[in-house]
Design a protein around this ligand. Structure first.
Ligand code: IPM
Ligand code: MN
Length: 358
């Protein structure tokens, strides 16, 4: 059996608590001989700053680069509000994304049937929702790149990002919506051109639609089921994915996968998996955090980095089953359901997984 090397970076706030539930899963998979993961753990964000005055060290970056996948919790918190800008907790995450070349960020927003009433939107608007946002992750205003139409390097990166999104659409409902602001941003004009060209060249069979990102945001809350895959830039993707999270009931539900290019020689790609939610310092250390986004992010690692799609499907089914049984962390609690802690939720998901595994 292949050995897979994981670097766990729990980070700050609720990061360590939700990561503990992924560790529980990893330990079980190893003990059962279902997989063989070798794990290392490191510091990132405020935790790294406290230890080294840096948001991530070169040594941790080297570990991340050598790992088959990085599993990331969350970073940030008021404690580090006044640290130098370059050493702020978020800088560690941005360095990982940039230096590992993780340009494609997949953020699936699925509304589990049991949670259709936990969303702030009406049940009929979100029930059965299953969309995928592909966020460009290493460019745009996040990295202050020149945003001119002559930036060929940037155009090329967009083309790969776009291919990822078209490929995903092909495996789903075959529809891609590209969102930008070509009416005010030159980078939006370039984005639109690249998507249109890639479509004409390689993906004519996929239905392509362009929306301006502002009205795209409106459509996301008006009738989200019109979408299948959405591809958009770094900043719009950050905002639109938080909106999409609320369609599923809670920010605590959304996982993500950040992927680099496939290496032609090794056939492997650099990857990092993280929940979309942040470090939630207000609830940290109290057993209130929802570990589902973190566990589902690990599920995405099984699917996208380790070719264990069947096991990933079981992780998703285990999550759905626990929710159907009425277990809820505080963020998704509703009348008539059972309140559970972070640990209890993690244990319940593992128990369902054991049952599914037989
Ligand atoms: C996210 C987060 C990050 C981002 C922060 C923590 C840097 O909000 O992954 O969505 O803005 O990308
Ligand atoms: Mn965000």
């Amino acid at each position: 059996m292949a050995t897979h090397k994981l670097l766990l970076l729990p980070g700050d706030g609720i990061g360590p608590e939700v990561m503990a539930e992924v560790k529980r899963l990893i330990d079980w998979l190893n003990a059962q001989g279902i997989a063989h993961f070798e794990t290392e753990q490191g510091l990132v964000g405020g935790a790294a700053y406290d230890a080294s005055q840096l948001s991530i060290t070169d040594a941790t970056m080297a570990q991340a680069s050598a790992a088959d996948a990085v599993i990331f919790g969350a970073v940030g918190g008021p404690k580090w509000d006044s640290v130098p800008y370059d050493a702020r907790p978020e800088a560690g995450l941005l360095r990982l994304r940039k230096e590992l070349g993780l340009f494609a960020n997949l953020r699936p927003a699925v509304c589990y049937p049991a949670l259709a009433d936990a969303s702030s939107l009406k049940r009929e608007v979100v029930e059965g929702l299953d969309i995928m946002i592909v966020r460009e992750l290493t460019g745009g205003v996040y990295f202050g790149e020149p945003k001119t139409i002559t930036d060929l390097g940037n155009g090329q990166k967009r083309a790969i990002d776009t291919q990822v999104a078209f490929d995903l659409a092909r495996k789903r409902r075959n529809k891609l919506t590209s969102m930008e602001k070509r009416n005010v941003m030159k980078s939006g004009v370039l984005w639109n051109e690249v998507v249109t060209q890639v479509h004409a060249r390689e993906y004519k069979d996929v239905e392509l639609e362009h929306q301006l990102a502002d009205s795209g945001g409106m459509n996301l809350v008006k009738w989200p089921k019109q979408f299948d895959v959405i591809v958009t830039d770094n900043l719009f993707g950050d905002m639109l994915s938080d909106i999409a999270a609320m369609l599923t009931g809670s920010l605590g539900m959304l996982p993500s996968a950040s992927l680099g290019e496939v290496d032609v020689k090794t056939k492997k790609r650099k990857s990092l998996f993280e929940p979309v939610h942040g470090s939630a310092p207000d609830i940290a250390g109290r057993g209130l955090a929802n570990p589902i986004a973190m566990i589902a992010s690990f599920g995405m690692a099984l699917r996208y980095s380790f070719d264990m799609g069947a096991l990933a499907d079981k992780v998703d089914s285990a999550i759905a089953a626990v929710l159907a049984n009425g277990l809820r962390t505080a963020d998704i609690k509703s009348e008539g359901t059972t309140a559970v802690s972070t640990t209890q939720m993690g244990e319940a998901i593992l128990k369902e997984l054991q049952a599914l595994q037989g």
